[in-house]
Design a protein around this ligand. Structure first.
Ligand code: DON
Length: 577
């Protein structure tokens, strides 16, 4: 149950050599072994935090031990991630949070970005009506109005126990003093250097002349100052005054359109969580503008009446059924889902049992249903960026939080706000820039997800909490773009149908179908030749990808202990007490 990754002696020698060779540059201390201790799976009696970075998990645990509740810990983790996990942790992005209190009450907040007021439906099209490649993905015009800071103040107002200043201070300290970069972050910072250079004119802490190497520390003085403004002035520290002026100046330096008015009028929104049943389990997840909750419930309902456990884990029968359910659900997503404040999402109809049964009425256990028979359109698309971040928290009283937050792509739009030191999102790419034209995740959309001023772009984020017999059973979610929903679907079924302990359930290789393109993605090494052939025999096309989604979950054991697991595909860290 307890798996750790320790830095070995070999790595330590490299680190030491690296530090000596670059002397004082970016390397203030010789790294200690424990700086790199990653715990992916651990069990604790009272409380648990699973997040994408060991330092943010530590911050969350410290808050819980000080008497903070799960919401306090989550706020502290969100701000810490904005410092130690700049590729997805953020103050320049947005997210969704699902809460289950110790008394079994549910709540959820949407702090998703909004389209700026000056945005238009065709803003990413050229004069011939074609999508201009990259315009919604990189640079200033890709940025939605950030929601994270407002969201954190809202949840704190409603559920927080400790003083907000205590929750943000660890992030300020990490930004001021710096921290040791992890191998993955080093890799990403080096990889994206050309884009940081392309979209930023001024120096920033993420850019340096020589490549980042192990032993380097990242110090973010400007970000520390912005966080201090938020600490001292509250919401106004970000949406008004100095920070807001910096954001607008940054916009004007490129082709951005966010104004002071967009910022001051941004408000996150409490929404009724989506609740549905799967056998003895109650699934509590996120409603639109995320597609996560509806899609997850649809998939579960589509497979519920079949004997999955008898079929067996990743058997031909189980995979075929799950793939066909996924295909139908993503086709519904493309047509019907968008921001329910702007578009009449047929939520109840989509979850209606008769409708779901009807949707599966053409399921054929002996062959795949081509996607163009489920609906029109076909094309090939790459899936490459998997950078968002999820955190799962349970506190000693039994309050649970499941939160997913993102800048969208790695480092969002790649634009760093001058003087304020943080990356801005590229969430506008989650809109459908043109009907039927895929976004970076290969997802297509239509009217429901067309761009409108102040509308929120459709998301796949699926922060989820599960109850069994009225008791907390599981907290889970993931980054991974369109593959988030199928990852949550599969990890849940791995536990409840295939009887796996959470670590096995989470580390098991996954597969994914999203209607278009009509292909089953599977993680490299995940399928034997025999199982590939058995799926191909049913008419499925298969394509391997390195990895999909990075799940972070907590499973309440029969004796009440908390089993926390972070993904072994990344540097996730699970720790409690
Ligand atoms: O909201 C969404 O669905 C996407 N912006 C999430 C992006 C994502 O998960 C990227 N990679 N991990």
């Amino acid at each position: 149950m307890f798996k750790s990754l320790y830095f070995n002696k070999f790595h330590s020698i490299i680190l030491l050599t690296a530090c000596i060779s670059i002397f004082f540059v970016n390397c203030k201390t010789t790294p200690k072994e424990e700086d790199y201790k990653i715990i992916q799976s651990s069990v604790a009696k009272k409380a648990m935090v699973v997040s994408a970075h060991h330092l943010s998990t530590k911050v969350g645990n410290d808050i819980l031990k000080k008497g903070g509740n799960a919401v306090d810990a989550t706020i502290a983790v969100q701000y810490a991630l904005a410092v130690v996990y700049p590729r997805a942790g953020n103050i320049g992005g947005g997210g969704f949070m699902v809460i289950r209190t110790k008394d079994g009450k549910y709540d959820s907040i949407d702090y998703r970005e909004k389209a700026p007021k000056a945005s238009t439906r065709d803003m990413y099209l050229d004069s011939l009506g074609n999508v201009i490649p990259g315009l919604s993905r990189n640079g200033h015009l890709a940025v939605g109005v950030p929601g994270t800071v407002d969201g954190m103040f809202e949840v704190h107002k409603k559920y927080g126990k400790l003083d907000f200043k205590e929750l943000i201070q660890p992030a300020i300290d990490l930004a001021t003093n710096g921290f040791l970069l992890t191998p993955l972050e080093i890799d990403r910072l080096n990889k994206f250097k050309p884009e940081f250079e392309k979209y930023n004119e001024q120096p920033n802490p993420f850019l340096k002349d020589t490549p980042w190497i192990q032993g380097n520390r990242l110090v973010q003085k400007e970000l520390a100052h912005t966080l201090e403004l938020i600490r001292d002035k509250g919401r106004a520290g970000f949406y008004e005054g100095e920070t807001a002026n910096d954001i607008v100046a940054e916009m004007k330096s490129g082709n951005g359109i966010i104004t002071l008015d967009d910022l001051s009028s941004y408000h996150s929104k409490w929404r009724t969580p989506l609740v549905g049943d799967y056998k003895d389990y109650k699934i509590i997840s996120m409603a639109p503008p995320s597609s996560g909750g509806i899609a997850l419930l649809q998939m579960l309902k589509m497979v519920e009446k079949y004997p999955l456990a008898d079929y067996g884990f990743q058997s031909q029968k189980a995979m075929h059924l799950m793939i066909e359910a996924e295909r139908r659900v993503y086709s519904d997503r493309a047509k019907h889902l968008g921001d329910s404040d702007f578009y009449n999402v047929p939520q109840d109809s989509m979850l209606d049992e008769t409708y779901i049964a009807d949707r599966m009425s053409d399921f054929d256990p002996t062959k795949s249903t081509p996607s163009d028979m489920v609906a029109a359109g076909n094309f090939a698309v790459p899936l490459e960026s998997f950078e968002t971040t999820h955190t799962s928290v349970v506190d000693a009283e039994g309050n649970a939080v499941s939160v997913t937050t993102t800048l969208n792509s790695n480092y969002g739009s790649k634009v760093v706000v001058d003087n304020a030191g943080f990356f801005l999102n590229n969430e506008m790419d989650d809109f459908s820039a043109k009907p039927g034209v895929p976004n970076q995740f290969g997802l297509v959309g239509n009217e429901a997800n067309a761009i409108e001023p102040e509308k929120r772009m459709l998301s796949s984020m699926t922060p989820t909490i599960v109850e069994k017999n009225g008791e907390l059973f599981m907290v889970l979610g993931a980054p991974g773009g369109s593959t988030i929903i199928t990852a949550v679907f599969q990890v849940f079924l791995n536990v409840v149908e295939f009887g796996m302990p959470l670590d096995d359930a989470l580390f098991a290789k996954r597969f994914h179908h999203q209607w278009l393109p009509d292909v089953v993605l599977y993680e490299t090494g995940g399928l034997t030749e025999a199982s590939k052939q058995s799926l191909e025999a049913l008419g499925h096309s298969l394509k391997d990808v390195k990895y999909m989604a990075l799940v972070k979950a907590i499973h309440v054991q029969p004796d009440g202990a908390l089993h926390g697991v972070g993904d072994n595909r990344s540097e996730d860290h699970a720790e409690g007490y």
